[in-house]
Design a protein around this ligand. Structure first.
Ligand code: FES
Length: 73
């Protein structure tokens, strides 16, 4: 399903971007360009950000964050 028609962004792309760390509106705007056209998708994007993530993705993201933090220090 398309989330942002102006930028041609689908729900799966938003989910992937969130799983990769773009887990707020600013991150999604930067990563995908959502809400940078007409702005009609803002409410839907916000709803997707509030959507609970599957446990597998949460675990993968937690592991990614641990690795990233360990690598940075
Ligand atoms: S539908 Fe996303 S900016 Fe227009």
């Amino acid at each position: 399903m398309y989330v942002c028609l102006c930028q041609g962004v689908r729900e799966a792309e938003v989910a992937d971007a969130v799983a990769s760390g773009a887990d707020d509106m600013d991150g999604l705007v930067e990563a995908l360009g959502v809400c940078t056209g007409c702005g009609c998708c803002r409410e839907l994007v916000e709803a997707l950000l509030d959507k609970p993530r599957p446990a597998g993705r949460r675990r993968a993201m937690d592991a990614f964050n641990r690795i990233t933090i360990a690598s940075a220090s």
